[in-house]
Design a protein around this ligand. Structure first.
Ligand SMILES: Cc1ncc(COP(=O)(O)O)c(C=O)c1O
Length: 377
């Protein structure tokens, strides 16, 4: 996708906020517990390399990504820290992971057998670092019982192809006020862990929510994702966090066109909106192709601190807002962030769109340039 550098719509990324969030998390961790920054999905829309660099400066000692390509992008940018891919990679690419010192998750013995064939064919390579994934109740990837896990450990015990670098699980309800299911998962993980003859270097169970609200079960590394970007992992379900999270992302644009409509004049596809009298309408050069969802019709943006309703359907590349006064073409429009005394958070957008802030942030497409504000020196 072409990045639209010559259009005034952009994502602003507050580097200092990310830095502070990482530092706050680190301050709470017991000694010898590491923080891996989760920078998958282009750093949750904030930019992969920028986010990785800031997290590294703040004390992150490794990275988690979702797919092998993201790990390779970090290596190509000269990041030398440990990197863990969180999703299962195809055995065919095991050699690429090994050659680039990228760790991968393993959730069954078949994967080890299949990747072993690939690694043998590839010839001399560094050992492939694997993290055993334990499915303690997430139902996504991983060993589901202690016996199979133990036999996988045996399978690679004397291997010259694999090294067991980690063991981990992922919680389904760490962001919920009800911790009954969470406790069941902890118990299952601990049972599985006990079946391993030796503990690998990394034992890790914590995403942001676990690190914030279940500090007792950190393991010795946390996979710190959404909180690094200043977002409460629970949405609004658990409103308080042990330290203040500073949101890092804003979305801004400028009015590209304005006009005065009269009673009955229609706006946008389907003519779903009609002016009820004289109304100033502004056009914002951004649309659902930028990730500003069509269902945000009826939501609002901020212009000079005033809420302006999104009227008519959001188009692919533009949408219209009703303005309390005739703001000039070129006037700043805040879609996410602060404007005067008012603010719109990603959570506000998510609430209106009936989804979670993770999805809104990740949906902001590559057509929107990312620009750092409050950059690290
Ligand atoms: C296995 C795993 N660990 C950690 C994370 C980070 O989660 P969060 O962004 O909620 O901190 C994710 C995110 O999806 C994940 O899948």
């Amino acid at each position: 996708m072409v990045t639209a550098a010559l259009r005034p719509s952009e994502v602003l990324v507050d580097e200092t906020a990310i830095y502070d969030n990482v530092q706050h998390a680190l301050t709470r961790l017991p000694k010898h517990t590491e923080l891996f920054a989760v920078v998958k999905a282009d750093g949750y829309g904030h930019g992969l390399l920028r986010t990785a660099r800031v997290a590294q400066a703040a004390g992150a000692t490794g990275f988690c990504v979702a797919v092998l390509d993201e790990a390779l992008a970090l290596r190509q940018a000269q990041f030398t820290e440990p990197i863990l891919v969180l999703g299962i990679i195809e055995p065919a690419y095991a050699g690429i992971a090994a050659a680039n010192h990228i760790a991968v998750p393993v959730g069954d013995r078949d994967w080890l057998t299949a990747a072993s064939v690939v690694l043998t064919a590839a010839g001399t390579l560094p050992k492939l670092a694997v993290h055993f994934a334990i499915d303690s109740g997430m139902g996504r990837i991983g060993f589901r019982d202690a016996a199979t896990l133990a036999s996988a450990a045996e399978q690679i015990a004397d291997s010259d192809q694999y090294t067991l670098e980690g063991v981990f699980t992922h919680f389904a309800t760490a962001d919920s006020p009800d911790d009954a299911y969470f406790k069941e998962q902890v118990a299952k993980f601990n049972d599985c862990l006990a079946a391993l003859p030796t503990r690998p270097r990394y034992v890790h169970v914590s995403n942001s929510a676990t690190s914030l609200w279940h500090a007792a079960c950190h393991g010795n590394m946390i996979r710190y994702g959404v909180a690094m970007y200043g977002l409460n992992p629970s949405g609004r379900a658990i409103p308080t966090t042990p330290y203040e999270l500073e949101p890092a992302l804003s979305v801004v644009s400028r009015l590209s066109f304005t006009k005065l409509l009269h009673a009955g004049d229609a706006v946008s596809y389907g003519a779903t909106y009609h002016a009820s009298g004289d109304e100033w309408i502004g056009t914002v050069p951004m649309g659902y192709a930028d990730g500003w969802l069509r269902r945000l019709q009826g939501f609002h943006v901020l212009i000079e601190g005033q809420a302006c309703e999104i009227v008519g359907r959001v188009c692919m590349d533009q949408f219209m807002v009703r303005m309390p006064e005739p703001f000039a073409v070129g006037t700043k429009v805040t879609l996410v962030g602060r404007s005067g005394a008012a603010a719109i958070t990603l959570q506000d957008v998510a609430d209106y769109a009936d989804t979670i802030h993770y999805e809104i942030a990740c949906n902001l497409t590559a057509r929107l340039p990312r620009r750092s504000v409050r950059p690290l020196a």
